[in-house]
Design a binder for this molecule. Structure first.
Ligand code: NIG
Ligand code: FE
Length: 411
């Protein structure tokens, strides 16, 4: 099946050979072609170029994209999409003056979601999560990472990871799984953190690895959750099973989580709302992608990741949603891109790079996703008729999406 998209007003993020990521000043460059065509064979991009060079080929389907911009689908490298129920009552509690921390200290927060998930059947959990997968595909996301971490028992963590696996099998979107058993301390282990880490490391991790249920390992390295020492212990154990770290660090406090991540060659360190100079310095010349989650900052009214400072220091940066019931009940990458421009002063070029190629890198998908390149997945957003790509972040709250194509299928 050959699909030809013609008369594309501007084709974004084109490249001739796949690059790994973009860093620092390079992030300001977004390679594009004006008045372009793009050709797809089944699920793969096979050709693109200027309309004036359109080859003579027979296509099964032609899409006329006059006035429309075409770009690669978003790569959302940090989510918690598999969860049961919601926590809108905590949202109201926060409006009435409680902080995220106050709610967690009262036994709410992550533990609330865990309690509900533990008693939700696998079928029901799948059903609720599938709704969110369908929602984000329509919003232009073509690859997503999903974490466990609302189970906090062997049985419930495995249930979450099996749901993630099933979603990956049943939908065209590419899904990567992360084991986040160390997300919060279950009530039963209130005074026995090392006992819970024993369970995570000695009981759950070996099964996750053996059954190939996750590629990545995560931990919430934060005051009141897990310390740098806990992080070190978990990442050391996970490295024996070949699970690569992608960790929650520097959300509320800078306590050295980034340094622990870099020590264990983390693929990404995520959140980064609180960044000291030493945290920026330690990321320089590493393979670790810093990931910012601006819709979490928006929702919790906490600081935004200092993107300008980090990019100006030469670092790369990826953008992701953090879609979860507590701190970010939204999986809209279009909003993330707008918020990064509006609140973090990223340019549209930087934000689009961060939400495509750098997001792909943060999931180990840079060879197949994140750009318009021959041989990569046919994952495309075709926008509404808009004046320029600057309009995408500018018209915040409007998704500007006409059509989404994932692995060659129109969603
Ligand atoms: O990334 N910070 C830790 N975990 C999630 C929130 C979890 C929750 O509140 O349910 C996050 O923000
Ligand atoms: Fe998160």
């Amino acid at each position: 099946m050959t699909t030809l998209i013609i008369n594309i007003k501007e084709l974004l993020q084109v490249e001739n050979s796949p690059k790994e990521m973009v860093c620092g000043d390079q992030m300001k460059i977004l390679p594009t072609l004006k008045n372009a065509f793009l050709c797809i064979e089944n699920d793969i991009i096979i050709d693109f170029g200027f309309m004036k060079n359109l080859p003579n080929l027979i296509a099964n389907k032609i899409i006329d994209a006059t006035g429309r911009i075409v770009l690669p689908t978003w790569c959302d490298s940090h989510t918690h999409i598999v969860y049961a129920g919601n926590r809108e009552h905590e949202f109201v509690d926060r409006i009435n003056g409680l902080s995220y921390e106050d709610i967690a200290n009262k036994g709410g927060g992550i533990l609330n979601s865990a309690k509900l998930l533990q008693t939700t059947s696998e079928e029901e959990l799948y059903k609720q999560s599938a709704v969110r997968i369908e929602e984000i595909m329509k919003l232009g996301t073509g690859a997503v990472e999903i974490k466990s971490g609302y189970g906090l028992t062997l049985e419930a963590e495995l249930k979450m990871l099996r749901v993630i696996k099933k979603l990956n099998e049943n939908y065209p979107i590419t899904i990567k799984a992360t084991f986040l058993g160390a997300h919060a301390l279950p009530f039963e282990f209130k005074n026995n953190k090392s006992g819970y880490l024993d369970v995570v490391i000695n009981e759950i991790l070996p099964i996750v690895a053996k059954e190939n249920l996750a590629e990545f390992i995560d931990i919430f390295c934060e005051t009141g959750y897990f310390s740098v020492e806990d992080t070190d212990r978990l990442l050391k154990a996970a490295s024996n099973y070949g699970l690569m770290p992608k960790i929650h660090v520097n959300q509320f406090n800078a306590i050295g989580g980034i340094q622990a991540g870099v020590k264990y060659k983390a693929l990404s360190v995520d959140h980064l709302e609180e960044m000291r100079d030493e945290d920026i310095d330690v990321l320089k010349n590493t393979k670790t992608m810093p990931v910012a989650l601006p819709s979490c900052s928006f929702f919790l009214s906490i600081p935004y990741t200092p993107a300008r400072k980090m990019i100006n220091a030469g670092l790369p940066l990826a953008l992701a949603t953090d879609y979860n019931p507590g701190s970010t009940p939204s999986g809209n990458m279009n909003f993330v891109v707008s918020t990064a421009c509006i609140k973090m002063k990223m340019t549209p070029e930087e934000a689009i790079n961060a939400a495509t190629i750098n997001g792909a890198y943060a999931m180990g998908l840079e060879k197949t996703h994140g750009s318009i390149c021959k041989g990569k997945k046919a994952n495309l957003i075709i926008t509404e008729q808009i004046p320029s790509y600057n309009f995408i972040p500018y018209s915040f709250g409007n998704n500007n999406i006409y059509q989404v194509i994932i692995e060659g299928k129109i969603i």
